[in-house]
Design a protein around this ligand. Structure first.
Ligand SMILES: Nc1ncnc2c1ncn2[C@@H]1O[C@H](COP(=O)(O)OP(=O)(O)OP(=O)(O)O)[C@@H](O)[C@H]1O
Ligand SMILES: [Mg+2]
Length: 344
């Protein structure tokens, strides 16, 4: 029987596989549990969107997919496999080599990611030569083509420029070109288009889509924009207080969300083919402190469907239809297999 988790492909097609992952940050109040017990697989060529409120753990989870924990965080539990390799067991130098070739990242703020003293050409051509073994001329040509694909109007001029000579939107597109340049196994994009105007956004999403369909890269996309999720992603993972509370094919989750939190997020969408809101809807109340998570479901205080047991027993992800899982006592059919039962 299939495990009631994100089984979307067999092992050979899996790009990233996260198992039982928990990430904590130390605080004066004790460990803040930013990510708790997450299982997640992303297949080659798959486009996964991670959504959820601010502070729900989207960035921490997506960084951990490529073996990075920011600040004082630590991986308290779990495994991260990239392309069949245990990322957490790699030496720092091995991890560095994997980055840039197997792993690429695009963040909302490109300011800190480009080297201010090197031209764009130096920053984009060198990795292309190193990772793809191209000659300087080939790498330059490829760089120009990529910059053009991101919608930059004058690729040759951009290539010759230094970061401070470009606008924020242009730097962002340079970052995206650099990220797709080496055809990584996984491309992680954390709100990459938030600062860009709508036309450029559409071009970037198109570029990332092609990267996944033509080059087989897995693209993990963190966003607040449900319209973007609908246009871009194959699959959605909804996070709440550090856990994935629902995931599945985008159309199935949008048509019939199984977690009350997902229902809340999608509440203002009248129909799958109707107009989509630009931002997530607000749900009354706020999530619990990550230093003081309840024994049961973390959504219980805000949940319109809460049952007595929700407060003291953690609901586990159970399969609701093929590929769609949710962790909720209230919507769980009586015969849904629990993870324990399936693993036994
Ligand atoms: N560098 C850090 N130091 C301490 N705590 C952190 C750090 N980064 C994240 N956290 C903790 O982890 C939680 C999840 O953070 P994360 O950045 O993943 O949220 P997010 O879902 O990406 O939010 P947003 O939508 O605002 O980007 C935060 O609420 C915070 O408690
Ligand atoms: Mg974030």
């Amino acid at each position: 029987m299939d495990l009631p988790q994100e089984v979307s492909a067999d092992a050979a097609e899996t790009a990233v596989d996260v198992r039982g992952l928990s990430v904590e940050f130390p605080t004066a109040q004790g460990p803040a549990r930013a990510v708790t017990d997450v299982d997640l697989r992303v297949a080659r060529g798959e486009r996964l969107a991670i959504v959820g409120e601010s502070g729900s753990g989207k960035s921490v989870l997506s960084l951990s997919l490529i073996g990075i924990v920011n600040g004082s965080g630590r991986i308290a539990q779990g495994e991260v496999w990239l392309d069949g390799r245990d990322l957490l067991a790699l030496r720092p130098d091995e991890l560095r080599r994997a980055r840039g070739k197997d792993i690429a990242m695009v963040f909302q703020d490109p300011g800190t990611s480009l080297n201010p003293v090197l031209s764009i050409e130096a920053q984009i051509v060198a990795p292309l030569r190193r990772h793809l073994g191209l000659t300087r001329a080939e790498a330059r040509e490829r760089a120009l083509a990529l910059l053009a694909e991101t919608g930059l109007p004058d690729p040759a001029r951009t290539l010759a420029a230094f970061p401070h000579q470009l606008s924020g939107g242009m730097r962002q597109r340079v970052m995206i070109a650099m990220a797709v340049a080496c055809e990584p196994t996984v491309l992680l994009a954390d709100e990459p288009t938030t600062a860009l105007d709508v036309t450029i956004q559409a071009q970037i999403v198109d570029l990332l889509s092609r990267l996944s369909s033509e080059r087989g890269s897995a693209v993990v996309f963190v966003t607040h924009d449900m319209g973007l999720v609908a246009r871009f992603a194959d699959r959605i993972a909804v996070m709440y207080a550090g856990r994935i509370v629902e995931s599945g094919p985008v159309l199935d989750v949008f048509a019939d969300p199984q977690h009350p939190y997902t229902r809340g997020l999608l509440a203002s969408i009248p129909a799958v083919d109707g107009p989509l809101p630009d931002r997530l809807t607000q749900i009354d109340g706020s999530p619990p402190a990550l230093t003081d998570l309840p024994a049961g479901c973390a959504f219980v205080d805000r949940c319109p469907s809460a049952l007595p047991r929700c407060a003291d027993r953690q609901p586990l992800l159970t399969e609701r239809r093929p590929g769609q899982v949710a962790a909720c006592w209230a919507t769980e059919p009586a015969d849904a297999p629990t993870r324990e039962a399936v693993l036994a």
